[in-house]
Design a protein around this ligand. Structure first.
Ligand code: LLP
Length: 424
């Protein structure tokens, strides 16, 4: 399902024209579709159902991809669990109505305070990434009189073939327990009084378009699970992380959830363990866009610039990963004037950095004041936004049929320095 469709007032999301959203809430503005979020979740659920695995699976939405309360709440209503990486994400999930016993806690550096609050909330499992973390967690659990539910996140040393910044499953990565050391660490964990061994976890990277590396990682994990069982350590669940990629470019399709997951699920068929997945991007990425307005057109000798009111602080992915997001005009004809000719533009923001671009070499017919939609921005867009250049973060709006709901107000400038003080 494509997020936008052309209506009589230009591009729309569900039944709402993007120009109406801009008129009401201003730009830059993130726009999400409730139907698209639901459809992305259903693609996972239906695939698990088709493989007869739904009733023993937990889909834990990776909160880091987009942590807006309204989005978390929608997934909670659909029955999702959550994959968190901080005490902040724990608080958000609980505030949004997520159930603590459906939360898995990932991350290489959990603080003792975070461990304590997660234990007190009663989360499903900690995905432990090192021997030291295991000891610290056991100690904290002892101090609050609980046993910590634990999975070890193992690093299967599989090349996920994605951008190096979002590839996590190689030996050289900071993530997970080295595969060769995992068995011995399980044996040690089994002897700790304040640890309850629950499962095993792995996550090899993000924006994976080829299902083979994930299936290869599953193979390695299953071999370890069987070896542990033979030694008397029985695990209840297998968590295969997130990572399924999405389509960012019109001309580069991504596999459907059913095709991506099938090779992995084939390996899990007939087993007794429960399954956990941690999808982030694939649940929200193509359910959101960033709406922005052209401020200034600046023809140059070598390049023509379209300076828009969104910038790298709103959507960091192009600057950080050289990531591609399709950029389309909201109105079918160039602006109101109808006289623009198509040119190749650098679509850039107002931030004072040459790295502040949203798209290179885009063929667009533009007038100043035109609205543009930067597509596939639902994941790692607002979640990674900053206030760089003292820019208030964008508003967020959720479309549900013909209704628009403001799910995050635009930040006010006074909020940007409200926590600061000057010397007496
Ligand atoms: N589980 C763990 C332990 C993770 O580290 C991640 C993502 C996920 C699940 C969810 O992965 P997904 O299904 O979204 O691929 N900021 C980058 C992506 C960073 C991903 C970090 N970890 C980007 O904008 O591409």
């Amino acid at each position: 399902m494509s997020l936008t469709a052309m209506g009589k007032n230009g591009l729309q999301v569900e039944s709402v024209a993007l120009s109406d959203i801009a008129a009401r809430f201003g730009t830059p503005c993130y726009v999400y579709s409730r139907a698209a979020l639901g459809a992305a979740y259903a693609a996972y659920r239906d695939t698990l159902l088709a493989h007869g695995m739904l009733d023993r699976s937990l889909i834990c939405y990776a909160v880091k991809a987009n942590s807006n309360l309204a989005i978390l709440n929608l997934f909670a209503r659909l029955g999702a669990g959550f994959d968190i990486v901080s005490g902040g994400e724990l608080a958000r999930v609980l505030a949004a109505g997520g159930k603590a016993d459906r939360i898995v806690f990932s991350g290489v550096g959990k603080s003792r305070a975070e461990m304590r609050s997660a234990l007190e909330a009663g989360i499903h499992c900690f995905n432990v990434e090192s021997a030291s973390e295991l000891d610290q967690l056991s100690e904290v659990a002892g101090s609050v009189g609980r046993r910590a539910p634990v999975s070890l996140r193992v690093n299967p040393d599989v090349d996920a073939k994605t951008h190096p910044y979002i590839s996590t499953g190689l030996k050289s990565a900071k993530f997970g327990v080295a595969f060769g050391a995992a068995f011995d660490l399980y044996v040690r964990a089994a002897s700790l009084p304040h640890v309850a061994l629950k499962g095993i976890d792995c996550h090899i990277g993000s924006q994976l378009l080829d299902p083979a590396p994930a299936a290869e990682a599953a193979d390695k994990v299953l071999a370890l699970v069987d070896r542990l069982a033979a030694a008397g350590i029985l695990l209840e669940h297998i968590d295969l992380g997130g990572g399924m990629g999405i389509q960012y470019r019109g001309d580069e399709p991504a596999p459907a959830a059913s095709d991506y997951l099938a090779p992995m699920l084939a390996k899990l068929a007939g087993r007794r363990e429960k399954l956990v997945f941690e999808p982030g991007r694939s649940l929200v990425g193509n359910a959101g866009l960033l709406l922005t307005r052209v401020e200034v057109l600046k023809p140059g000798e070598e390049k023509h610039f379209a300076v828009v009111d969104a910038a790298m602080n709103d959507l960091m992915r192009p600057a950080l990963y050289d990531a591609w997001h399709d950029i389309v005009k909201v109105m079918p004809e160039p602006g109101d004037k109808g006289n623009a000719t198509a040119m190749t533009y650098e679509v850039v923001g107002p931030v004072c950095e040459s790295g502040d671009f949203l798209g290179h070499d885009r063929e667009l017919a533009l007038n100043e004041g035109d609205l543009l939609a930067i597509l596939s921005a639902g994941a790692y867009g607002m979640a990674m936004a900053s206030n760089y250049n003292s820019r208030p973060r964008a508003a967020e709006v959720m479309i549900d049929g013909a209704s628009m709901h403001l799910i995050r107000r635009r930040e006010e400038i006074s909020q940007l320095f409200a926590l600061e003080s000057i010397l007496p």
